[in-house]
Design a protein around this ligand. Structure first.
Ligand code: GUN
Length: 294
């Protein structure tokens, strides 16, 4: 078993981004700038946004975190998004999900200018991704593809089984792995809550992507010998053992699945770090105008 090491890959890519950001800052006369909107006080979302902001600073980007109480109106949020859309000094805008129930996430996603949509959630970016056109690719799937690329993992002709069909990970991942590209060119099965004989489906996978949000959901008896196992899960549980007061668990029973896998991502230290890298790369591309000319 070899480790798909998010620490190793993310620090290398972040070095490249830092170099490019410095160059671009000279050209533009300002740093690449990401704005993240956070609504409410969800513990996970607070941690993720803080980490996104910290990573922006590390690579030489400007970052702004706009916070709203959970009772902010949809109207007020949409007004702020429109304001940011029109600000030429802001390159990327993300609204952290999930949102409170009274706010429609689809409306919010579509309100973001697709040219600043560095989360890659806007239907224009998703459609362009499916067609293999320049676009912003959702950060987690983008990070996973960068990881596969870094380790030279050949995906062509392999059978990929994805567990979970979320808009953020499973669904875009299924498109990317099926595309006529590299990495890509897999035969993809997208499994979900209505899938029958899930174990038999997952056992077919040369590549297994677990993105279901349930601790230790993928067990050793579901994985074939030599499979490449990508664990997207970040399941938080309270713990007295750690300084932060919680411990992270993946969707994969790492200890036992690692005995069968040829490659596997750890949690923490795997896909989570690559998600940040995907977002940073999108933000840099937004500032450079490489995806959509300014
Ligand atoms: N919630 C969980 N993952 C993400 C992400 O990648 N972007 C946003 N905006 N919200 C999330």
């Amino acid at each position: 078993m070899k480790l798909l090491d998010g620490k190793e890959v993310s620090s290398k890519v972040k070095e490249d981004i830092t170099r490019e950001a410095a160059e671009l800052t000279k050209q533009l006369g300002r740093k690449p700038h990401l704005v993240a909107i956070l609504v409410g006080n969800d513990g996970g979302s607070e941690t993720y946004v803080a980490s996104k902001m910290r990573n922006c600073e590390q690579v030489g980007f400007e970052s702004t975190n706009i916070r709203y109480d959970a009772d902010v109106t949809e109207e007020e949020l949409l007004k702020k998004i429109a304001e940011i859309n029109g600000d030429p000094n802001i390159d990327g805008l993300i609204v952290q999900l999930p949102l409170p129930k009274h706010i429609d996430p689809e409306k919010v996603t579509e309100a973001i200018d697709y040219k600043k949509d560095v989360d890659g959630f806007h239907p224009i970016n998703l459609g362009r991704m499916q067609r293999n056109l320049p676009c912003f690719i959702p950060a987690t799937p983008y990070g996973i593809m960068l990881m596969l690329e870094h380790y030279g993992i050949d995906t062509a002709g392999k059978k990929a089984v994805i567990v979970g069909r979320s808009n953020i990970v499973g669904s875009p991942m299924s498109i990317l792995l099926a595309r006529n590209s590299n990495p890509g060119n897999c035969t993809v099965t997208l499994t979900h809550s209505r899938t029958k004989n899930l174990k038999e489906e997952v056992l077919q996978g040369d590549i297994v992507v677990a993105a279901i949000g349930k601790k230790n959901f993928v067990t050793a008896d579901m994985v074939k010998d030599g499979a490449i196992v990508i664990d997207v899960g970040i399941n938080r549980e309270n713990s007295s053992e750690t300084k932060s007061g919680f411990k992270l668990y993946g969707d994969v029973d790492f200890e036992n699945v690692a005995q069968k896998a040829s490659w596997i991502t750890p949690v923490p230290g795997g896909v989570g770090l690559m998600t940040i890298v995907g977002l940073l790369k999108n933000t840099l591309e937004a500032a450079k105008g490489t995806v959509y000319p300014k």
